[in-house]
Design a protein around this ligand. Structure first.
Ligand code: KE4
Length: 432
């Protein structure tokens, strides 16, 4: 179904051509709007909290290029810093002081990180951290949680979230059984299931990797005691605890979810925000573990564009902006207004819904809930979510095109933007 009330002629033309050139017409599956129906809009430009599509329609954006745009798109100070950096070249493939600067900012901010390695995506960071976990413990098996997404590397495509969940894929063809045989899964928030896995695989589990707040099965928060329980279990069984903070890093708090909840993992992966909109990922943690990474140690990992000056520049400026006093109080305030408002409108218009927010991350499920894990999330009415998404798009509000994604606010969103969004939701949900 095509969005009728807004003119999307050029988007349709460009997307039709794209589908002949690229699988599904996109560079990443979730962008194709498969699960919400309708056709994706083709972006022309972004600025602050807003998107303009190729037909000139303007939208308030709650995807923020999937997290990086937490200071608002094309922040003038980030753009200006990039212009200056560009005059010195785009990539060195050699040491550059900007890597030291961003590394120091990450180490100072994130409790678990004593040393850090930059890569070019969250997927790369998660791949590297898995290899490191296995090398450090000399064990092969790893626990992940159903619905969590740690990038598209083979060993993580087991009951994965995000686009895999969105498309309802039964994991992915092309992944050797031997590769995923070492990937064990448990329901999120289920400490007993994790304990059972440790007891069934004595001395074989290298560690646990999780999204401390799930953003890839929709928005699912950790139950009280869950993260503490994982910390205790990993200590008890000599395994490592890894927080995948690619999405939550510098979004939930300046030190990430681990700072917010006061639980320090052994290793952390980062991405999105620390690149300020350019391709960056990172992994870091205890010095004794990170010192195993080549060339300091034997665990190999490399990358042509890792630590490039442009990505470092955008990351440094973004973290500088985020480190200013009042940042997270503002994000909490506007995101609470949005999330609470959406839930109230659902209640007022008779739609079973649950969800919420933590700092600048929020979610809404069309199910009465509660949603503690991926099984609960799958009870949500995804067809209704699709109609809601399309209705909001026609009202100039751009939400993540999947029930199994989270929403993101930014420092650029104003109170008026939130009020306009809630007014649109009132309209759409009253007639859904
Ligand atoms: P990237 O390789 O996409 O930079 O990062 C993978 C990744 C790892 N860990 C977590 C917790 C993540 O959320 C992600 C990527 N998130 C998705 C959005 N749910 C990226 C959007 C997309 O795949 O197009």
């Amino acid at each position: 179904m095509v969005n009728t009330s807004i003119r999307t002629t050029k988007s349709q033309e460009i997307f039709a051509a794209a589908q002949k050139l690229m699988p599904g017409g996109v560079s990443s599956p979730v962008r194709a709007f498969k699960s919400v129906g309708g056709q994706p809009i083709v972006f022309d430009r972004v600025n602050g909290a807003y998107i303009w599509d190729v037909d000139g329609n303007k939208y308030i954006d709650y995807v923020g290029t999937w997290g990086p745009a937490i200071c608002g798109h094309a922040h003038p100070e980030v753009i200006s810093a990039l212009h200056t950096a560009l005059d010195k070249g785009t990539s060195f493939g050699a040491p550059c002081v900007l890597e030291n600067i961003l590394a120091e900012m990450v180490i100072d901010a994130v409790p678990s990180v004593e040393m850090v390695r930059f890569v070019n995506s969250g997927t790369e960071a998660c791949m590297a951290v898995l290899r490191l976990m296995r090398a450090f413990t000399n064990r092969e098996k790893v626990i992940k949680f159903e619905g969590c997404y740690h990038g598209h590397a083979d060993m993580f495509l087991v009951k994965a979230g995000s686009g895999v969940a969105t498309l309802g894929l039964p994991d992915s063809p092309g992944v050797p059984k031997a590769t995923t045989a070492s990937t064990l899964t448990a329901p999120f928030n289920d400490l007993e299931a994790v304990k059972d896995l440790f007891q069934q695989n004595p001395g074989e589990i290298a560690g646990i990797i999780l999204e401390p707040i799930v953003g890839n099965a929709g928005f699912i928060t950790p139950d009280a005691g869950f993260l503490e329980g994982l910390r205790e279990l990993t200590h008890e069984y000599g395994a490592l605890l890894v927080f995948d903070e690619v999405m939550t890093g510098f979004r939930i708090a300046y030190g990430g979810a681990q700072a917010k909840f006061g639980i320090t993992p052994d290793l952390t992966t980062l991405g999105k925000v620390i690149g300020g909109g350019l391709p960056v990922g990172a992994y870091g943690g205890r010095r004794e573990i990170m010192s195993m990474i080549a060339p300091a140690g034997p665990v190999y990992q490399a990358g042509t564009l890792s630590g490039n000056p442009l990505a470092m520049t955008a990351g440094i400026k973004t973290l500088e902006l985020l480190s200013k006093p009042g940042t997270y109080e503002y994000l909490e305030q506007i995101t609470k207004q949005l999330a609470d408002g959406l839930l109230k409108i659902c209640a007022d218009t008779g739609h079973a819904a649950c969800g919420g927010h933590i700092s600048a991350m929020f979610g809404l499920f069309f199910t009465s809930g509660p949603v503690h894990n991926y099984e609960d999330a799958k009870k949500a009415d995804t067809a209704k979510f699709g109609r809601f998404h399309r209705g909001m798009l026609e009202h100039g509000i751009y939400l993540a095109p999947s029930q199994f994604e989270a929403g993101f606010t930014s420092l650029a969103h104003t109170k008026e933007d939130i009020e306009q969004t809630l007014a649109a939701a009132q309209d759409v949900l009253s007639t859904l």
